[in-house]
Design a protein around this ligand. Structure first.
Ligand code: GLC
Length: 531
């Protein structure tokens, strides 16, 4: 929302801007739009610190604007999915303010995890770590001004974790979910789902000093992917199922492998889940094939559709990532301080090929705003403008996620490129050279990345509609991914350094780069099989 389009000239994207640009989404050919949190928030973590679950942040608009967005989107055939952040609130939420004021031992503190510290209160109650670096505990000053208890925050200190064993927490979130479903949202994206339950007694996790938040490697962790998370998801699913229409629940769950992930999409839990194994996979044919196979195999027994995603508001844009020596690098507290230089032309070439691969796979695909323009990561934002808590929490060693959140370029040849009123500085500065990447410039260019996405999304609707969920691998030699879906739809991706013959594979429907009878390196094609 903050980076899509601004309608009131304050340099921050808003509901009015989104409503004014819904045509872009229709023209692009997507089915639904997922909005990162729109609730009132101090924005310590891009809105993932919610101070009121039943409102809209004034920077974004009003509840009336949200209602208008839902009506207009629905009239255009677009669904709207909103983020539900239930592991933690903002430190400004009235529940947390009340808990701080009420003091140790009060019922108000039971909604959160307040504990006495170890070593006479001087040390955190356990060894848990924050996703943004450093310990997951912060010590408060009690009413008498003295250092007192500690509270748990698996993310930033401004994001205290809720204790879901408190009955009031679940009851309140039932009502919050109904509040938005009643207003007509089509679904929720469940933020940080694996964090929502903790092992009773909050035992040490065994994290060593300086440990980072590597949730994809954790097994039996006491604060991540704990069994009781699934009770919460089932509870929400029951509420969703009690509504008419198709409501879709998607979870964000960065857990240890596809089998653990499949547990989040059992028939009575979420409908789908983001696929982080795919998102973080390097540009390597064998690795991609094994992630695709493992994803499909793990989901088959629970009957959930797969999802595919290349970028998000939390990760380095893939047009940059794929141009680096290490194509798997991601941001976050565990990211390398210097991921190395990127070759922008190579990155974009691979990004376009990756888009055709992703959109050819069975299941649903997520497009992160701006990837349809081939936007790169902005790696030179001035340090004083960085807003991601990772920057502060890492002691200014990891820049964090701002580089993928730079406002979209819509038109014109200089900032703000139609994102906000002329002369207004967007909340993060856009590179001066983004003129050729604007939506307007790319619409006019048949070979643009925007037009590749538009064509792919249209063809995907047509050719994969009858293909079901099947995927049959075909042999096109080492380093080339080739598969068929349905009777005739084929996708080939050349991840080698040399061109490969295309003859015999069928009629080319769409290509990520010009090709004749050869498939050049880092290129993907969709073909209709002969006969
Ligand atoms: C999710 C969000 C991320 C946020 C975090 C804490 O990972 O995608 O942006 O910082 O949750 O709410």
């Amino acid at each position: 929302m903050r980076s899509f389009a601004d309608s009131d000239g304050d340099g921050v994207g808003d509901l009015g801007g989104l409503r004014g640009r819904l045509g872009h989404l229709v023209d692009l050919g997507v089915d639904a739009v997922w909005l990162t949190p729109w609730y009132p928030s101090p924005m310590a973590d891009g809105g993932y610190d919610v101070a009121d679950y039943r409102g809209i942040d004034p920077r974004f608009g009003t509840l009336a604007d949200a209602d208008a967005l839902l009506a207009e989107a629905h009239a255009l055939g677009l669904r709207v999915v909103v983020d539900l952040v239930a592991n933690h609130t903002s430190e400004q939420h009235p529940w947390f303010r009340a808990a701080l004021a009420a003091g140790p031992g009060s019922p108000e503190r039971e909604r959160y995890f307040f504990r006495d510290g170890r070593a006479d209160g001087e040390e955190p109650p356990n060894d848990w770590v924050s996703a943004f670096g450093g310990p997951a505990w912060t010590r408060v000053r009690e009413a008498d001004g003295r250092p007192g208890q500690w509270y748990l925050h698996l993310f930033a200190p401004e994001q205290p974790d809720l204790d879901w064993t408190h009955p009031g927490v679940g009851d309140d979130f039932d009502a919050i979910l109904r509040f938005w479903l009643d207003r007509g949202i089509d679904g929720i994206r469940v933020d940080a789902a694996p964090a929502m339950a903790k092992v009773p007694g909050l035992p040490d996790a065994g994290h060593g000093p300086g440990a980072s938040f590597e949730s994809r490697t954790w097994v039996g962790n006491p604060h991540w992917d704990v069994e009781e998370v699934h009770d919460i998801l089932r509870r929400w699913r029951r509420i969703g199922d009690s509504y008419d229409g198709d409501r879709v629940f998607v979870t964000e769950a960065v857990v240890n492998g596809p089998e653990r992930l499949s547990r989040y999409v059992r028939p009575d839990e979420m409908h789908t889940s983001f696929n982080f194994d795919y998102l973080t996979c390097p540009w390597d044919a064998a690795r991609l094939r094994s992630v695709i196979d493992a994803s499909l195999a793990a989901l088959a027994p629970v009957g959930a559709p797969a999802t595919w995603v290349l970028s998000s508001h939390d990760e380095t844009r893939h047009a940059t990532r794929f141009g680096r020596a290490d194509t798997s690098a991601t941001t976050g507290a565990g990211a390398p301080a210097d991921p190395g230089p990127a070759d922008p032309a190579l990155g974009l070439r691979r990004a376009r090929a990756a888009a055709l691969l992703t959109l050819a796979l069975p299941g649903s695909a997520y497009v992160y705003q701006g990837e349809e323009l081939g936007l790169p990561e902005v790696e030179d934002l001035p340090e004083e403008l960085l807003q991601d808590p990772t920057w502060e929490r890492s002691g200014h060693t990891v820049r964090g996620r701002d580089g993928c959140r730079v406002p979209l370029p819509w038109e014109g040849d200089r900032p703000p490129f139609g994102f906000t009123a002329p002369g207004v500085a967007p909340w993060l500065p856009q590179p001066a050279g983004w003129g050729p990447l604007t939506v307007a410039a790319q619409r006019a260019d048949p070979g643009s990345t925007l037009n590749l996405y538009r064509s792919a999304l249209r063809l995907r609707r047509r050719v994969t509609a009858t293909a079901g969920n099947d995927l049959e691998w075909l042999d096109a030699g080492d380093g080339v991914l080739a598969f068929q879906r349905g009777r005739s739809f084929r996708c080939l991706v050349n991840l080698t350094a040399s061109s490969r013959p295309l003859a015999g594979w069928g009629e080319v429907l769409l290509a990520s780069a010009p090709c004749d009878d050869l498939l050049p390196p880092d290129t993907a094609v969709w073909v209709a099989a002969p006969g």
